[in-house]
Ligand binder design. Structure first.
Ligand code: GDP
Ligand code: MG
Length: 423
């Protein structure tokens, strides 16, 4: 079984939570893109964890976690994340964590560049998480990045550093007037944070291929959602990597293998961190209420998330981009206690009704068309079976299935591992 778990919306759909739950049936969980701009919150019997780089399978003793070649890894951040988890009693060793030699290293100067650029943009800023993600992916494609495997060959690595530092300083110093990076600090950085990771670094593609040949179950875990994908999202307000399921075999290092299933994680309402068009957005008191009810504050940054009702147009597009076979609808409990619930059923553009997600440029001019549905007054967080749900909640689920032409297999009604219903 080779399955991917991906986001249908703008991210923060509860992927970490669903990976933690569903990984009980898997031997391996592999993160295949992005970096520590991810914030996956997992709550289970071991405690509450926020994972940025480590796959959300790390909390299960018998699951092996892989960080794939599609990732960008801030090694200092990773050291901190591993330390925190160990302090909470989680075992992390080369037996249960494997880091791809081809994964790219996010450098301190990439984080610096990210901050400098957001400062330069001022009120036109992108809402970057300032974790260096866009600059490091740019370096990757410019072929000026360092990769994890280079840490295994310190002699060659040492030779490359001066050239890269000289090149990077052209930007830091000349473009931004910032302090230059130095060869000494980069060497010291690799020594302090890179050297301890050496025993984790390997050819994870080979490892996953062997595991697949042995019939092991492998899950590919995505970060963010379809609408933040570099190619299909709300460019330029996207992330810099592919958040799409079809990229999973590549980002995981097994381009020769085919996915057997894709599970899309879709939120029962909408949330969006950072800038960019967000058609169904709520403002004022309506937004405050939903944000409070859903605890919508960024896990990686603490920023209040923008919120709105469920968006049929964007979600349908997200499901299509992801090729999702099954959906987990998350955070349905957040919508409890309302007479009426709104959904955004279509967009209006200059008097025309759109039911398909348009090209990004026209999104700013689109107005949401809301439809009202009957809400439910009872608390559903203790429901564990379909039959436990109030009729209106079931109607809401069925409406979404019909409107988005998808099959909802799981519904989550709380943040804890077991707070879900299999439909
Ligand atoms: P991810 O980035 O997709 O992994 O999602 P995040 O962890 O950033 O955001 C999801 C948030 O919702 C986290 O704080 C979770 O603890 C929480 N959460 C997940 N599922 C549920 C649910 O069914 N109900 C409620 N109330 N909270 C949930
Ligand atoms: Mg998140």
């Amino acid at each position: 079984m080779l399955e991917s778990i991906v986001g249908i919306n703008w991210g923060d759909e509860g992927k970490g939570r669903m990976v933690d739950l569903l990984s009980k049936d898997y031997d391996i969980v592999c993160r295949y893109q992005g970096g520590n701009n991810a914030g996956h919150t997992v709550i289970n019997d071991k405690g509450k964890f926020i994972l940025n780089l480590l796959p959300s399978g790390i909390l299960r003793e018998d699951v092996v976690c892989v960080m794939g070649p599609g990732m960008v890894i801030d090694i200092k951040h990773l050291a901190g994340e591993m330390k925190k988890l160990r302090e909470a009693g989680i075992r992390i060793s080369p037996d249960n964590l494997k880091i791809s030699d081809r994964a790219v290293i996010t450098m301190p100067y990439n984080v610096q560049q990210d901050c400098l650029e957001e400062e330069r943009l001022a009120d036109k800023k992108f809402g970057s998480t300032k974790r260096g993600i866009a600059p490091v992916y740019a370096d990757k494609y410019l072929k000026k990045a360092f990769r994890m495997g280079e840490l295994l060959n310190p002699v060659l690595l040492k030779k490359r550093i001066p050239d890269i530092v000289e090149w990077k300083n052209l930007t830091l110093v000349n473009a931004y007037g910032a302090a230059p990076a130095t060869v000494e600090e980069i060497e010291a950085y690799f020594e302090e944070y890179g050297a301890p990771l050496k025993e984790y670094i390997c050819d994870t593609g080979l490892y996953l291929n062997q595991a697949a040949a042995e019939g092991k179950n492998i899950m590919f875990e995505a970060q963010l959602g379809a609408l933040r994908d570099i190619d299909f999202g709300i460019y330029p307000y996207t992330s810099s990597s592919s958040t799409i399921a079809a990229y999973a075999p590549i980002g995981a290092g097994v381009p020769n293998l085919k996915l057997s299933k894709t599970i899309g994680i879709m939120k029962a309402y909408s949330s969006c961190v950072g800038e960019g068009p967000f058609t169904a957005e709520y403002f004022g008191e309506k937004a405050e209420k939903l944000r409070e009810a859903g605890g919508e504050y960024g896990a990686a940054t603490g920023r209040p998330r923008r919120v709105g009702p469920f968006d049929v147009v964007a979600s349908k597009y997200g499901i299509r981009c992801q090729g999702a076979d099954e959906i987990a609808l998350t955070k349905l409990d957040v919508l409890s206690g309302h007479e009426e619930i709104e959904v955004c059923e279509a967009y209006e553009l200059n008097g025309k009704i759109l039911t398909e997600f348009p090209f990004t440029d026209v999104l700013d001019d689109c107005k949401p068309v809301f439809k009202k549905m009957k809400g439910w007054n009872s608390d559903i967080s203790a429901c564990r079976k379909k039959e436990d749900l109030p009729k209106e909640a079931l109607d809401y689920i069925r409406y979404i299935e019909r409107a988005c032409n998808c099959k909802i297999r799981y519904v989550s009604v709380g943040a804890e591992r077991d707070a879900y219903i299999e439909m």
